[in-house]
Design a protein around this ligand. Structure first.
Ligand code: KG4
Ligand code: ZN
Length: 331
């Protein structure tokens, strides 16, 4: 039995998180201190406030992760930390903590790509999952279709040319007066609406790239026009129709890629993976086509350090003490 203990640290945006993982898949603790209530009154994440809150929270969160795991800090064999993409100041807090601990404990440091981390959340929810598979990564900052042939081989098939899916959810929600983050709010409201009530244009991008800015403008136009004409809108119908357009676009491209690249496992990842309609649509479509479908448990969909520890465990390459944040890190 593999007893390697990995401490994961994640501070790329508005969650301060630490987790302890035994071997590649046994999660011993997963602590997340969210700053969402703090940023809500600004309608989005304020970078400086995020950094300041991370610096206050990071050590208590790490302590709690160690205590909850029932281990001693000196038992930790390696430390995995998010190096990007994310907010520079926020990333630096986690990186500084990880570097200091790695130095003090004399253990290796692993620099993890946050997007790869989102995919690896699936290995924690489904310990039987193995590559190769096709992954749809949908977060607040990214929308990408990735072919993962091995633990360390990622092939980017396509990505958003403008807004990420989560960003579109958040922006539409904001204009509709819903609190930050908008994704879960639209998801909730959409359950009360008719997804076929309003026809919004489907993004027209060939291949496996995505674009959500045109759809976002169409929804904003719809809302503005109604306001100018003093017409009342059915907010639930708007939420449901917008969500359906996004979900259908994501699902259609994912299924087409699975078919072209002959991949029989589809793995959903990132904060938008928590969307109930996306999960249901992909699950049903996969069942119909005889494909296996995986998505992380809700707590592992959005930002967490368990996924960073898991990615770090399989990465097998190490960073040194000059590690820096890479805010715009790609795959
Ligand atoms: O992966 P994540 O936690 O952070 C980034 O790495 O960006 O994703 C956050 C995004 C936000 O845009 C949020 O609105 C969206 O995920 N999100 C959802 C849902 N839960 C979170 N979007 C749609 N439906 C949800 N249920
Ligand atoms: Zn994320």
């Amino acid at each position: 039995m593999n007893e390697t203990l990995t401490l994961g640290i994640e501070t790329s945006c508005d969650e301060t998180a630490a987790a302890v993982l035994r071997g590649g898949r046994e999660l011993l603790s997963n602590v997340i201190s969210t700053q969402i209530p703090l940023h809500r009154k600004f309608g989005g994440v304020v970078p400086e406030i995020a950094s300041r809150k991370h610096i206050v929270n990071i050590m208590p969160v790490i302590d709690e992760a160690i205590t909850k795991a029932g281990v001693d800090l000196r038992d930790i064999n390696q430390i995995a930390v998010t190096k990007g993409p994310g907010l520079a100041g926020a990333l630096l807090v986690g990186i500084s903590a990880a570097k200091s601990l790695a130095y003090a404990l004399k253990v290796p440091l692993i620099a993890v790509n946050h997007l790869e981390g989102h995919i690896f959340a699936n290995f924690l929810s489904a310990p039987e999952l193995e590559p190769p598979f096709l992954s749809l990564v949908v977060s607040g900052g990214h929308t990408a279709l990735i072919k993962m042939t091995d633990y360390n081989r990622f092939e980017l098939l396509g990505q958003s040319r403008d807004d990420a899916a989560g960003e579109a959810f958040d922006k539409i929600a904001r204009v509709m007066g819903l609190p930050y983050p908008g994704g879960p709010e639209i998801d909730k409201l959409a359950k009360l609406g008719d997804p076929d009530a309003i026809t919004f244009p489907h993004p027209k991008v060939t291949g496996y790239d995505f674009s959500f800015s045109g759809l976002k403008s169409a929804v904003l136009n719809y809302l503005n026009t109604a306001q100018m004409k003093d017409e009342t809108i059915n907010a639930a119908d708007v939420a449901a129709s917008f969500q359906k357009t996004v979900v259908d676009t994501l699902a259609d491209k994912t299924l087409a890629a699975a078919n072209e690249f002959k991949l029989d496992k589809i793995v959903l990842a990132g904060g938008v993976a928590a969307n109930s309609s996306l999960e249901k649509t992909l699950r049903t479509a996969c069942q119909r086509r005889g494909l296996e479908f995986f998505y992380p448990s809700k707590i592992l969909c959005t930002d967490n350090a368990a996924m960073i520890a898991c990615r770090g465990y399989y990465q097998k390459t190490f960073a040194d003490s000059t590690l820096n944040a890479v805010p715009n890190l790609g795959l």
